[in-house]
Every structure is written in structure tokens, then in C-alpha cells.
Design a binder for this molecule. Sequence first.
Ligand SMILES: NC(=O)C1=CN([C@@H]2O[C@H](COP(=O)(O)OP(=O)(O)OC[C@H]3O[C@@H](n4cnc5c(N)ncnc54)[C@H](OP(=O)(O)O)[C@@H]3O)[C@@H](O)[C@H]2O)C=CC1
Ligand SMILES: CC(=O)C(=O)O
Ligand SMILES: [Mg+2]
Length: 518
Amino acid sequence: MSVAVMTHASIPPHITETDHVQRSLVQLRSKSDGLEQYIFLNGLKERDPSLFYKILLSNMMEIIPILYTPTVGDACTYYSQIWRHPEGLYISIKHKGHIRQILRQYPAGTNPRIAVVTDGSRILGLGDLGANGLPISIGKLDLYIAGAGIRPSSVIPICLDVGTNTQRFIDDPLYIGVRQKRPADPEMDEFMEEFMSAVSEVFPELLVQFEDFSTDNAFKYLDHFRSRYRVFNDDVSAVVLSGFLNAARISSAASGIPLTEHKILFFGAGSSGIGVAKQLVSFFTELGMNADEAKKHIYTVDSKGLITADRKGLQEHKKFFARTDYEGPALTNLADIVKYVQPTALLGLSTIGGAFTGEVVKLMAAMNKRPIIFPLSNPVSKCELSFKDAINWTNARVVFASGSPYKPVVYEGTTYEAGQGNNMYMFPGIGLGAILSKSEHITDAMVEKAAIALSTSLNEEESSHELVYPRLDRIRDISAQLALAVARQAHKDGVDNNSVLRNLNDYDALRYIKGKMW
Ligand SMILES: NC(=O)C1=CN([C@@H]2O[C@H](COP(=O)(O)OP(=O)(O)OC[C@H]3O[C@@H](n4cnc5c(N)ncnc54)[C@H](OP(=O)(O)O)[C@@H]3O)[C@@H](O)[C@H]2O)C=CC1
Ligand SMILES: CC(=O)C(=O)O
Ligand SMILES: [Mg+2]
């Protein structure tokens, strides 16, 4: 119950809604530890949801890094220890065979529209956290609410509790999940079939966002379900294309190298690295290149080094970008790979904190007037490069965006701001656009158009500061623009079902979208 409607005599006379917002913020700020702040906010949401959302909506820059990356990484790591009350849904492997019945127990009369579903197998860059992964789904949905105005009653965080391969959790007496190893593929595939069919039947209007599945399952289940259900995978569709386009503009202005001649080195070739690389190829093909030409601009690196086609036992998802033009001994050291490739852009989606060493960054700076360096792994402990080092090692010439936020850095009297290349800019708008256009599926083109809308959303002030992503406090406006782009593309792809939105001009469509925000 919010303070405004509290009438009980136990409420002191001088408690007003306005000062209670301030009081709650003071309480939050009195905690120096991020995890304690997370626990406080989590308790506030349980006690007084309307106060929680009021505080969230008016203090997004401060609160989002607690509910989301980086602090949500700690909340996941320690979720079994900090668990206080039920939130979200746990669908367990033990429910296999009767998942429909479990879902039907969800409170009657609610009509969830978006579920973020994780199986906890690759939470941020923290690995297999099993049932501790639920806060990532909760955090993403808080962003849908804050960033795109989705009603809190329309979201449903789900953790698929199928086991964990992290032995220390299985051995931990406080671990909240089932104490067993993850099932073999056939059993997991059956479980996922049953879950997707049940959840789509019980909640017919639901859009499902897969989140933080391990590489193979991320690709497999997206491919498997996307033409049958309303589903997308946030990690495969990460936010890099839009930031890269803005960064390339800045870098090209200094170097004269046109966009179509950039060379992009992906450090990390998992679900995100490969997903993002494919988006870039798709974008280059729209500029007139064929896919073979486009992929020549992209180099990928995994834990074994530069990915080349002659490598034995190469996983399926790595084959498309495997280089056929490298001859010589395997290149395993990143500095050697940078010397060989001479990239204009270095993107990190590897989960390896600090992997972009002084040597690597200085090489990038020696080769490029404005090197593009995006260390995108989350949370901060897994980020390949800190903003401070990036600025110092490049004499502030770097064009930078990281997955988790960094504070501004002062270098020789000038203050520089880090871009936050995080898919939090994308999924709220994609979800809103998909819901409002009532689209049956989320096509690649819808995601790509959202990325392009994001890249063109910078205002003059942001561009003049050479930002590559807009400021977070404009996220509502940005989400509306992305939702419009998504809805328009859904129509072109023949998957939308809302003729009202379809027939409005852009001005009225934006008003319509904003009018639907909570
Ligand atoms: N900023 C954002 O918006 C997003 C950020 N991310 C972040 O990206 C990271 C990766 O996610 P995801 O792609 O799903 O994870 P995956 O586990 O699918 O991929 C990780 C990749 O990094 C490679 N890798 C691991 N160790 C090394 C190493 N020592 N040297 C070089 N490469 C290495 C792996 O190699 P191998 O294949 O050989 O195992 C694999 O290709 C996570 O930290 C996640 O938080 C993800 C989505 C969005
Ligand atoms: C941001 C995100 O989705 C990730 O790091 O996995
Ligand atoms: Mg993710």
C-alpha cells in the first residue's frame, strides 16, 4: 500500500507521500554496499510497489545499475543467500509432464504480456548460476516497466530450474534450486517443447524473451521456436550495431575510412558475438555488399584464438565467420591477432575481465586515429577494459562503449563520458513495439530496424559530446521511437495485427505508442 492511501492511526502525522519518497532515497543511499541496496529495493517493491516504481521512474540513472548490471550480477551470485520472498515463477524440471497445470495456478485474471525466461546457464559473464538466475529476469522486466512503460502487472519473470553444472551450488545447503546436474539434450529439448507450448497456450498474448542461455541452447531454442511462437533472444540480438554505426561515423570522420571499409574484430564468439556479427553482415548487405563480401570485414576470436576454417571440430555457430584467408600457425594471443588483422574496431563479448591489456589498446591507438573499443561483457568484473584505462592508454582518442556503466573520466582537464552499449536500450522498445503491433513473431528485420532507430535517436547535445548511445534518462522517448520502427517493420514482414497502429502516420503513431505507456 502506498503512503498516499495509508490511513491507519499507526502512521505518524507528518509522513507524507513526498517526504516518504525522499526518506526512502535517503535510506537507500545510506547503504554503501550495492547488494544491500539491491536487498533494500527488493524489500521496498514487496512492501510498497507504487513507491518503488515512483522512485525507480524518477531516479533511473541511480537505480538501474542496482536492479540491473552491474549489481544484479551480485544479486544472482548470492540469490540463494539473500532470498526473502517468492518473486517470479520457477518452472522446474520436476514439473515436466505437467507444466500447463503449474502455469494455470498463476493468479487468475492476470494477463501477462512479456516473460523474460532464463535457465540460468550463462548469467551475464558469471557462468552457470542455475536457479540463482531469476534476478536477471526480474531486472530486465523492471527495465521494460521503467524504460517502455509496460504495466508491472503485465510482466512475468521466469526461471527454468533444470539443475546446474556448478558443483558448489549443488553442495550449498542454502541453494534454492533442484540439486542435480543439467539434463542431457533430449530431456532438455522435451522440457523446452512442453514449456513453450504450455506458456503460449496458458498466456496467449505472451511475448517470450530468452535470456542468458548458454551458447548452444541460445541458438538452438531461438531457431527452433521463433517461427512458432512470439519469441526472441535478447543476447543474440544485442545492441552493438547501433553504437557501432555512431562510433564508425566519429572514427571515419577522423580517419577518412568509409563505413564499408571498417574491419571489426570480435573478441568472444558466443551467442552474443556471433549474433551481433550477423546483424552487422545483414546491415552491410543493405548497403549493397553481398554476404561474402560483408563477412570479410569481420574477424572472430574464441578461447582458442583467431577462428579459422581449418580448425578441427569447429562448432557450427562459428563456421560462418571462420577465416579462410589466414595461413600460418594458430594465432592465440590477442595482441598478435590485432597486429595481423589491423582492426578499426575491437568488440569484447568474451566474459574475460581485463582482456584488453595496455599492449592491445595501445596497438589499437597506434593503428587508428580514433580506435573503436567496446568492451561489452558484464558485469564490471568481466568487462574487458575499464573506461579509465581506455582513456589513458589512447590519450582520450578512443570511441568507447561498455556493457556496464562507468563514471566519467577527466583527462588533461577535459571530462569524457563512457557510452553504455547494453541491450537495455533495445529490448524495452522491441517488446513494446511487438506488443502494440500485436506481432505474431519477432523477425531479424524488426530487431535491425530497432537498432537503426536507436543509432539515429541521438540528439544534438549527445552528438556534440560524441556519445554513441543516448542518455539513459531519455529511455522512454527512445523506446517509443524503437517501438514505432518495430511496428512498421512488423507490418512490412506481414506479422502485425493492429490495423489502428498500422494506419496512423508516424506523428500520430508515436502519440498512440506513448499514450499506451504506463
Ligand atoms: N552489453 C550487452 O548488451 C551484452 C553483453 N553480453 C555479455 O557478453 C558476454 C558473452 O555473452 P555470450 O556471447 O552469450 O557468452 P558465450 O558464453 O556464448 O560466449 C563467450 C565467448 O567468449 C569466448 N571466450 C571465453 N574465454 C575466452 C578467452 N580467454 N579468450 C577469448 N575468447 C574467450 C568463448 O570462447 P569458446 O567459444 O571457445 O568457449 C565464447 O566464444 C557476457 O559477459 C555477457 O554479459 C551479452 C549480451 C549483451
Ligand atoms: C546485457 C545482457 O543481456 C548480458 O550481459 O547478458
Ligand atoms: Mg543477457
